[in-house]
Design a protein around this ligand. Structure first.
Ligand SMILES: Cc1ncc(COP(=O)(O)O)c(C=O)c1O
Length: 395
């Protein structure tokens, strides 16, 4: 089968629409994707409109553009627009789902070693508050969540399977669909952290089988900072009570009564970064225009190329695991501290970031790594930039 990827011409268009590429090599897309002109312009235009006619008036005038956020996200995830909530970042989106579950003492959460730091500390808080237990499923021989281990970890007390699809600190792509099949068979809630996978690889909530999925705007989707989203399947709405409500998420019926609004909008707040919502809608539509399968194939291909180049240097140790890997490449350079490698690359106008073990206590610490350099590639990056990167890295 021929794997569809982006053409040279597509990449030229992507770069034309990414002003920052003329200044530097941006391999920090897992931090923030480099700004995208159509999204940036949409944000600027709306801010200008707010300044000219007033914020509420601008929101009313931009209703169709605000609605595009829901239709674009629904197209990206293969769900209905009403199953999407606009939230200010991925963490709060995830929180709205997690803290909405009425955990009881003795309930168990099953998760993997890739779980994001903020999610894990929330598990610990819930353990302290309610007396729940956390079951960590070991990695399999390839380094992804062990599916047999997952199956046997799920028991009568399991309330939630929480999985991070792509960790913040490595190239691993966890088998989200297979995990969904196991959760479905067991009849357990499944919450997927898709913060790094949204915009990096194709996602379809029906294929994955997750009940809830959280994501951010600013990373692989290349939307504005301070934006995020939550998908909640209607079928589980009665099991998740929004931890906070306001006049957007609930109607005040009379002095003694309120009623949650239908669907996922009950996880939203009324006040919001409207320009950000419009900008994220524009960024998602832009990605869909190129096709997520083609974008995903290019990103994974560039990640594989960088890993292959780095593997030819004995002073470089690669730390990515998993049967399937994406565009995040984690490594250490000789005995050099990761922060120093990052600083050296910054001098050559190359952006990377550092993942600390303190944010990956059940993975990097577990592997005896104190920190790793994270180079995260996007579809607008090029083979030439990879060559440049390796030259700047190798002393
Ligand atoms: C896997 C993962 N989940 C969640 C988050 C949190 O996203 P946000 O900063 O938008 O809350 C991140 C951010 O790096 C992440 O990598």
């Amino acid at each position: 089968m021929i794997v569809p990827s982006l053409s040279r011409q597509d990449v030229a268009v992507l770069r034309e629409d990414t002003p920052g590429v003329s200044q530097l090599v941006h391999f920090n897309n897992a931090g923030t994707g480099l700004a995208l002109k159509p999204s940036l312009n949409a944000v600027k235009e709306h801010l200008d409109l707010e300044a000219r006619i007033g914020g509420y008036e601008a929101a009313a005038a931009a209703k169709a553009r605000m609605d595009e956020f829901y239709t674009a996200l629904a197209a990206l995830l293969g769900c209905q627009p009403y199953e999407i909530a606009y939230v200010e970042n991925a963490t709060r989106a995830w929180d709205m789902a997690f803290y909405g579950i009425d955990f009881r003492e003795g309930d168990r959460i099953v998760t993997g070693r890739a779980e994001y730091v903020s999610n894990y500390v929330a598990f610990l808080q819930m353990k302290q508050r309610k007396g729940i237990e956390i079951d960590i499923v070991e990695d399999d021989a390839c380094g992804q969540i062990d599916l047999r281990g997952l199956q046997s970890a799920i028991g009568a007390k399991t309330r939630l399977v929480a999985l991070t699809h792509i960790p913040t600190f490595s190239g691993l792509i966890n088998p989200a669909e297979e995990v969904g099949e196991i959760a479905r068979t067991a009849g357990v809630l499944y919450l997927l952290d898709a913060c790094q996978s949204a915009g990096q690889i194709p996602l379809n909530v029906n294929d994955i089988g997750c009940h809830m999925l959280s994501g951010t705007g600013r990373k692989y989707l290349r939307g504005p900072r301070g934006t995020g989203f939550l998908y909640v399947n209607d079928a589980v709405l009665d099991q998740i009570d929004p931890p906070f409500i306001d006049l957007q998420s609930a109607n005040w019926i009379d002095e003694a009564t309120y009623e949650l609004v239908p669907h996922a909008r009950r996880f939203e707040t009324w006040e919001r970064y409207v320009a950000g919502q419009i900008g994220l809608g524009a960024a998602v539509s832009y990605a869909i225009g190129f096709g997520m399968e083609r974008i995903g194939n290019r990103i994974c291909g560039l990640g594989a190329q960088l890993r292959s180049e780095l593997s030819g240097h004995s002073e470089i140790a690669l730390h990515d695991k998993g049967a399937r890997k994406g565009g995040i490449v984690s490594f250490t350079y000789s005995n050099e501290p990761a922060s120093q490698t990052k600083a050296r690359l910054a001098e050559a106008a190359v952006n990377v970031s550092v993942s600390q073990a303190s944010s990956a206590q059940i993975d990097l610490s577990h592997r005896g790594l104190s920190s790793v350099v994270r180079a995260s590639l996007h579809a607008f990056n090029t083979e030439e930039e990879i060559e440049l990167f390796v030259k700047a890295l190798v002393k």
